[in-house]
Design a binder for this molecule. Structure first.
Ligand code: S3P
Length: 189
């Protein structure tokens, strides 16, 4: 994997990771790039990466869409909280969460208490551009994606804003976003 983070020396990265005693948890809207950015960030910091949605699918032996269809959203949220709790127990790592996870009070409290939450943010056009590449998101199936993304973003923003770190990922390469996350983590730690 190419890691485009020229402003960070190996020594700086080592010092940062030595101070990290908890997982970095990426939160924010669907399509913002949590998994792509998370993978790059983990590779740069030499940490494990986990995607909470993938872990939920593995535990349930079903896709996220199937879980929504067969059991409904509250059931999914409950499994999501339990899976995130298990991933957080694993210590320093990079965890990408699904867009609704940090909006649930219990899950947000868990993440705020035991991880360092990073809110990845982007404008609606960027989000739409990215969500259009995949049609597996159950919340986008019944309606106009622009209307749904705009509404969810507005409804969720106050929850996302509770993350101690906020980084914008609109436009520009994901490598730049990774660099900004590391700079913000360095200030926060
Ligand atoms: C959701 C986002 C999805 C997935 C589920 C619900 C949401 O994850 O967890 O479809 O509520 O925004 P991504 O943010 O990875 O798309």
């Amino acid at each position: 994997m190419t890691i485009d983070a020229p402003s960070l020396s190996d020594a700086e990265i080592r010092r940062l990771v030595e101070r990290l005693d908890r997982p970095i948890v990426l939160v924010g809207m669907m399509g913002v790039g949590k998994s792509t950015v998370g993978r790059k960030l983990a590779a740069l910091l030499h940490l494990n990466f986990c995607d909470a949605d993938d872990a939920i699918e593995e535990a349930a032996q079903m896709t996220v869409s199937e879980i929504f269809e067969r059991f409904g959203e509250p059931y999914f949220r409950d499994g999501e909280r339990r899976v995130i709790a298990r991933l957080i127990d694993g210590g320093p790592a990079v965890i990408a969460t699904g867009g609704g996870a940090f909006v649930q009070d219990d899950t947000r409290e868990l993440i705020l208490e035991r991880g360092v939450a990073v809110w990845l943010d982007a404008d609606v056009d960027t989000l739409l551009d990215r969500v259009r590449r995949k049609d597996t998101r159950p919340l986008l199936r019944d309606g106009d994606p622009r209307e749904i993304v705009t509404r969810l973003k507005a409804e969720r923003e106050s929850a996302y804003a509770k993350a101690p770190i906020h980084v914008s990922s609109s436009g520009g390469p994901h490598g730049d976003t990774v660099t900004r996350i590391v700079q913000e983590l360095d200030k926060w730690l």
